[in-house]
Design a protein. Structure first.
Length: 616
């Protein structure tokens, strides 16, 4: 994986951050090549597994980038083809200064230091596929692709943020722009930042703009969609030794098929399976591999693999991360790297752009209750279902009552009615002292700000906008990118190509979710390209059978139970709850309760690997 870091100070004689230590933190897992440039006022560094250059001194600018920034400005794009990205970035910044971000495209992060006026410009792409974090005060700013590099600057001690710990336990990730540290922030997707005269100024140069009234013939839309997706795969795969993840879902199968088409040779595909009932999707990966005649490779993850990987995974993330599907992602990426792959194409994004998650259909069903006339709801339906004695003993009526109870919860809070922390009870999980230092309504406010701030009126597009941030930027992309970093292989996301994204934003809501039919347009447009068995399969995902395996595999129990015991000593989680959770998991639903064990275990292991910080 690639990364950049650096610093800018207003006083040249002040103590300077340790740029080399910062850069080493970028490369510590994958051994990426490091380039540095240090001046009296500033320093900048880049690390990358590719061939570079990713950093250059183009006086008066110091420029570094990660990923592959391109340009939607024709002159800059032509200059890039002639003289390279660094030259184009320098000219673009000279011409447009802080508005350069709106001329950039692709998947990237960029840092430009103007040495003459002692200013810094930072930008990340529309999904922050190459993230940037920073800390600043009136005298300096430091930035880096990961938080560990900021810790490595050696300039100060850092404290953990209690609110972010609470958000982690609720969401299983720390949603941006906050980070796990009190005075560090992360750029949001589509955000750029300027540090000048001791002040940080940030702005959103891009937000999703949904067009909900576009009408066009299906045949025209299908042709346009396949064209932009094919071009996205072609652009992303223009690197040696390219392969792709293949889960057997519609996204990864589409990419595998198009990769073979644009490369003119069988795509090299990599799949992960599990010897566990209800978790193995290898059947569908094999269907896709046979259909597209790929050079296919399979690996079955074992409980022993999981026990081996857990400490590594906890360490590689720069803040607590609780998505257990990081494990199969890591083994798939490592398997590919061992086969000589240097770049993997991920299928992430198709569900969130085109309406593929089960919760979209579920919320559509709940949303229909809002169309029932208010007098019927308030005068007849609700008094009957909520007040009739013995109703919970009659299954159809009990289900109707549950439906109404959930439908009455406003969006987006309704999407969290099964949240693990709420189900257990905040007061039962967290210690009283910890609760006093956090805002327990913070998560729902965060959800509401994104959902209600979406430039859309339809339910499906508002949910997609929420998932752009929480599911993709905050969760799935860090999951895949970090695991590829740990496996020492690069990754790109064709489904998140700007043209593919723009097409999805112009697609009518009813073509994304038609009634309760998920990804209606996506599936119908790819009918004929994909096997019917894959188009018609039910949604599954890339889950890890951690909960079931935890019940029967002692080495996993040793790691998990030991971690819960240690976490109980930190004053965050009630010690009684950590003990009760083990018993509940053993007796109850293994997968459901295993998720909470995983989330808390990974929090403790992350804290163990970051002993230099303390809870604020």
């Amino acid at each position: 994986m690639a990364g950049i870091c650096g610093w800018l100070k207003r006083q040249a004689d002040a103590a300077r951050p340790d740029l080399e230590a910062m850069a080493q933190a970028l490369a510590r897992f994958d051994g990426a090549k490091i380039e540095l440039s240090v001046k009296p006022w500033c320093g900048i560094a880049a690390a990358d597994l590719g061939s570079g250059p990713f950093l250059s001194d183009c006086a008066p600018y110091l420029i570094a980038f990660s990923g592959a920034p391109n340009f939607n400005d024709r002159e800059l794009q032509d200059l890039m083809r002639q003289k390279g990205r660094i030259a184009a970035l320098a000219e673009g910044y000279r011409r447009f200064r802080d508005d350069l971000a709106s001329r950039l495209s692709g998947q990237y992060s960029v840092a430009i230091i103007h040495q003459n006026d002692q200013s810094l410009f930072l930008a990340v792409d529309r999904f922050a596929t190459h993230p940037l974090s920073y800390r600043s005060d009136a005298d300096e700013i430091q930035f880096a692709s990961n938080l560990d590099a900021l810790l490595g600057s050696g300039s100060r001690n850092f404290e953990l943020d209690s609110q972010s710990i609470f958000h982690y336990i609720y969401f299983h990730v720390v949603p941006g722009p906050e980070t796990i540290y009190q005075d560090m922030r992360r750029l949001l997707a589509g955000e750029c930042l300027t540090f000048r005269d001791g002040k940080c100024t940030s702005r959103m140069y891009w937000r999703p703009e949904f067009v909900e009234d576009r009408n066009a013939p299906f045949s025209q839309l299908k042709q346009e969609f396949i064209s932009v997706l094919r071009n996205a795969v072609k652009t992303a795969s223009e690197a040696p030794n390219c392969g792709c993840f293949l889960s057997g879902g519609t996204d990864s199968s589409s990419i595998a098929g198009l990769l073979g088409e644009v490369s003119g040779q069988p795509a090299r595909t990599f799949s992960i399976g599990f010897e566990a009932d209800g978790y193995d999707e290898m059947k569908y990966a094999r269907i896709a591999a046979k259909h597209f005649k790929t050079d296919h490779h399979e690996y079955y993850v074992t409980p022993a693999d999981v026990a081996e990987a857990i400490p590594k995974i906890a360490q590689v993330y720069d803040q607590p991360f609780g998505n257990s599907s990081a494990v199969p992602t890591y083994f798939c990426a490592r398997f590919a790297q061992q086969d000589g792959i240097e770049l993997l194409l991920g299928g992430d994004g198709g569900d969130e752009l085109y309406g593929g998650n089960e919760r979209y259909a579920k919320q559509y069903v709940f949303g229909r209750y809002e169309r029932v006339p208010a007098f019927l709801r308030e005068s007849i339906i609700e008094p009957t279902l909520m007040g009739l004695w013995g109703i919970d003993k009659v299954m159809p009526l009990r289900k109707a009552k549950s439906y109404v109870q959930q439908a009455k919860v406003p969006m987006p809070a309704r999407m969290e009615t099964y949240n693990l922390l709420d189900r257990f009870g905040v007061a039962q999980v967290l210690s009283p002292d910890f609760i006093r230092n956090v805002d327990t309504d913070g998560p729902l406010r965060h959800l509401s700000a994104v959902y209600n701030g979406a430039n859309a009126s339809s339910l499906i597009n508002r949910m997609l906008a929420l998932d752009f941030k929480l599911t993709l930027t905050d969760n799935d992309l860090p999951k895949v990118s970090r695991m590829c970093e740990l496996a020492q292989v690069n990754v790109a996301y064709p489904m998140l190509d700007d043209a593919v994204l723009d097409f999805s934003l112009r697609l009518a809501p009813g073509l994304k979710l038609k009634g309760t039919k998920l990804r209606y347009f996506f599936k119908e447009a790819l009918r004929g390209l994909l096997p019917d068995a894959i188009i018609n399969k039910s949604k599954h995902g890339f889950g890890l059978p951690f909960g079931p395996w935890l019940r029967v595999y002692p080495p996993l129990q040793e790691i998990a139970y030991g971690s819960l015991e240690q976490l109980g000593d930190r004053g965050i989680i009630r010690k009684k709850f950590t003990r009760d959770l083990i018993s509940i998991h053993r007796a109850g639903h293994a997968s459901y309760y295993g998720t909470m064990v995983w989330v808390l275990m990974m929090l403790e292991l992350w804290l163990t690997h970051h002993p230099q910080v303390s809870k604020g």
